[in-house]
Design a protein around this ligand. Structure first.
Ligand code: BTN
Length: 252
C-alpha cells in the first residue's frame, strides 16, 4: 500500500502511537495512517508529555513494515522529519528547518515533533510506528513552552487545512521512504537533509546523560548520526536516542 492511502480517523484516543501499536498486534498493514483530533495521553520523546488534548493540531501515526534491522529502521525518523518539513513549507509557505534528529522548527521554535517506536524480533523489524505532532492552529502555549514552541497559525497568521498538510506529508514520506530503501541509509537524502538542518555550523551541547560537551555541528553521516567537531578539531558521530542535542543560546 502507498503510505497514507488508508486513513483511520478517531475523534479521540489516548495516543495515536498507542492506537497504531494496538492495531499492529492484530495485523501489520504497511502505510496505514492513524489520525486523531485529540489525544488524552499524547507522548513525546524521552518520556515527556505532548500537549494534544485540543483539536488544534495534527496528531497522527504512520505504520510501516520495512524489512531491515532495528538500527537501520531507527534512521527513518530523520526521513519522516524531511517529509514534514517539506509538506509544511509547501502548504504554508513558511520557511522551516530540522533540528537534528527530527524536530521541525520555524524561527528557532519547535513546530512539530516525531516519536518513532518499533517492535522487532530476532534483530528484524516487525513494524515501525512514526508518530507525528504538528502544532497547526494553536494560538498560544503555557508559559513553560512559550520560548520553545510555535504553531503554523502563530507563524503565518493563517488557519491552514489540516487534511491538506496530512496529504502532503504522506506524499513526501512515500517519496523519501523509497529513496531511503534504495540504499537503506541516508546516502541519497543526506544533501537534502543537510539543506534543512538548522544546527549546521552552529554550536551545540551534546548530553549523553553523564556529561554535557560543546561542539560545532558539521552535518550528518549516512547512518543519520550527527557529525560534530570539538574545540580541538576532533570529529565525532552522535547517535540519536543516545545523546540529546540543544543549542548553546537556546533550543536550537
Ligand atoms: C517529541 O518531539 O517529543 C515527539 C512528539 C510526538 C508527538 C506525536 S502526536 C502523535 C503521536 N502520538 C503520540 O502520543 N505522540 C506522537
Amino acid at each position: 500500500m502507498i503510505i497514507g492511502e488508508e486513513v483511520l480517523h478517531y475523534d479521540i484516543t489516548d495516543s495515536t502511537n498507542n492506537e497504531a501499536k494496538r492495531l499492529c498486534e492484530k495485523e501489520v498493514v504497511h502505510g496505514r495512517l492513524v489520525v486523531a483530533d485529540r489525544q488524552t495521553l499524547g507522548r513525546g520523546r524521552r518520556g515527556r508529555e505532548w500537549l494534544s488534548s485540543n483539536n488544534d493540531g495534527i496528531w497522527m501515526s504512520y505504520i510501516l513494515e520495512p524489512s531491515m534491522k532495528p538500527v537501520t529502521a531507527s534512521t527513518l525518523t530523520l526521513v519522516a522529519a524531511m517529509a514534514v518539513a517539506k509538506a509544511v513549507t509547501e502548504t504554508t509557505g513558511l520557511k522551516v528547518g530540522i533540528k537534528w534528529p527530527n524536530d521541525i522548527v520555524c524561527n528557532d521554535r519547535k513546530l512539530s515533533g516525531i516519536l518513532t517506536e518499533m517492535q522487532s524480533e530476532d534483530d528484524k523489524v516487525r513494524y515501525v510506528v512514526i508518530g507525528i505532532g504538528i502544532n497547526v492552529d494553536t494560538e498560544g502555549f503555557p508559559s513553560e513552552l512559550k520560548e520553545v514552541a510555535t504553531s503554523i497559525y502563530m507563524e503565518s497568521g493563517y488557519k491552514i487545512s489540516k487534511s491538506d498538510i496530512i496529504k502532503h506529508v504522506s506524499i513526501y514520506l512515500e517519496k523519501y521512504y523509497n529513496e531511503f530503501l534504495a540504499t537503506c541509509d541516508m546516502a541519497g537524502l543526506k544533501e537534502e537533509y543537510e539543506a534543512l538542518l538548522v544546527n549546521l555550523g552552529r554550536q551545540v551541547y551534546a548530553d549523553d546523560g553523564r556529561e554535557v560537551k560543546e561542539y560545532t555541528a558539521m552535518g550528518i553521516n549516512e547512518q543519520g548520526e550527527l557529525v560534530v567537531k570539538d574545540a580541538c578539531g576532533n570529529v565525532k558521530n552522535i547517535r540519536a536516542g543516545e545523546v540529546s542535542v540543544r543549542g548553546i543560546y537556546g533550543y536550537v
